[in-house]
Write a protein that binds this ligand. Sequence first.
Ligand code: HEC
Ligand code: HEC
Ligand code: HEC
Ligand code: HEC
Length: 221
Amino acid sequence: MYLSVGIHIAFHSTKTDKLLNILNLVYRKDLIMKKLVLFFLTFTSILVFAQDIPSEYVGSKKCKICHSKAEVGSQYSLWEAGPHAKSLETLKTDAAKAIAKKMGLKEAPENSDACLKCHVTGWGDASGYQLTVDPLDKRAVTTNETLASVGCESCHGAGSLYKSKKDMVAIADGSVKGETLGLVTIKAETCTVCHNAKSPTYKPFVFADRVKEIAHPAPGK
Ligand code: HEC
Ligand code: HEC
Ligand code: HEC
Ligand code: HEC
C-alpha cells in the first residue's frame, strides 16, 4: 500500500498510472484472498474448538484431594468403606473363581473382560483401567491403581474436565451445568449399567433403596 502510494507521487506518467491500477487491483484481490484465508482459518479453528474434548478418567485419588475432609462430607472415606472400593479384589476371591469356572472362563476373573466390565472404572476406555501399563511410567501405574475399583467416576463420570476447583464451585453454585464438563446427573440407569441380570450374582436392584446404602452427601444436604 505505502509503497504503491510512494511510487504514485514520484512518477506521474499515464503508463505508471495504468501499471499502478493493475497493481492495486492485484493488491486488492490479494487482500480479499487474505481475508478469505483468515476467515477460513478462524472458522475451522472455531469448529475444532467447539468439538467435544473427550473427558478422561483421572482416578479416585484425584477426587480425594478435595473430598476427604469431614467439613465437606468425607466422600472419599465413605466410598472407601462402602461396597464398591474392593470390587477388583472381589474378583480374586474363591467365590469369583468358582463363578468363572462354572462359566467356563479361560482367564482368571481379575483378567477377564467378562468380569472387569462391571468391577473397575472405565473398562474399555483408553483412559480407564488397563490390564497392563508400562511399569516404568510411574504416573500411569498410580492412576491405574486408583481405577482398580468401582470408583467415583464410575457413577459421576470421567473427571478430567470438571475436577478443577473453579469448575467444581461453578457447578455447585449452578452457574455451569455439570453435564457440559462430563459430570453425570445420576439416575437409576447410572447404576443399572452394572446392577443388571448380566451380573452372575445379580440381586434385584431398587434404585431408591440401594442409593441410601452408598449415601455420601455434603453437609446440610
Ligand atoms: C480441586 C478440588 C476438587 C477436586 C479435585 C474434585 N472436586 Fe468435586 N467439588 C469440589 C468443590 C469445592 C465442590 C463444591 C462444594 C460445594 O460448594 O458444595 C465440589 C462438588 C462436587 C460435586 C457436587 C456437584 C453439584 O452438583 O453440586 C460432585 C458430585 C463432585 N464434586 C465430585 C467430584 C469427583 C467425582 C471428583 C474426582 C473426579 C472431584 N469432585 C474432584 C472440589 C473438588
Ligand atoms: C461400574 C459398575 C457399577 C456401577 C456403575 C454401580 N455399581 Fe454398585 N456394585 C458394583 C459391583 C461390582 C458391586 C459388588 C462389589 C463387591 O462385592 O466387591 C456393587 C455393589 C453395590 C452395593 C452392595 C451390594 C448390593 O448389591 O447390595 C450397593 C448397595 C450398590 N452397589 C449400589 C449402587 C448404586 C446405588 C449405584 C448407582 C448410583 C451403583 N451401585 C453403581 C458395580 C457397580
Ligand atoms: C453386568 C455387570 C457385572 C458383571 C459382568 C460381573 N459382575 Fe460381579 N457383581 C456385579 C454387581 C452389580 C455385584 C453386586 C451384587 C449384585 O447385585 O450382583 C457383583 C458382585 C460380585 C461378587 C460378590 C458376591 C456377591 O454376592 O455380592 C462376586 C464374587 C462377583 N461379582 C464375581 C464376578 C465374576 C467372577 C464375574 C465374571 C465372570 C462378574 N462378577 C461379572 C456386577 C457384575
Ligand atoms: C456407586 C455410585 C457412586 C460412587 C462410586 C460415588 N458416588 Fe458420589 N454420589 C452418588 C450419588 C447417587 C449421589 C447423590 C447425589 C446425586 O444424585 O448426585 C452422590 C453425591 C456426591 C456428591 C454431592 C454431595 C451433595 O450432597 O451435594 C459428591 C461431592 C460426591 N458424590 C463425590 C463423590 C466422590 C469424591 C466419590 C469417590 C470417592 C464418589 N462420589 C463416589 C453416587 C456415587
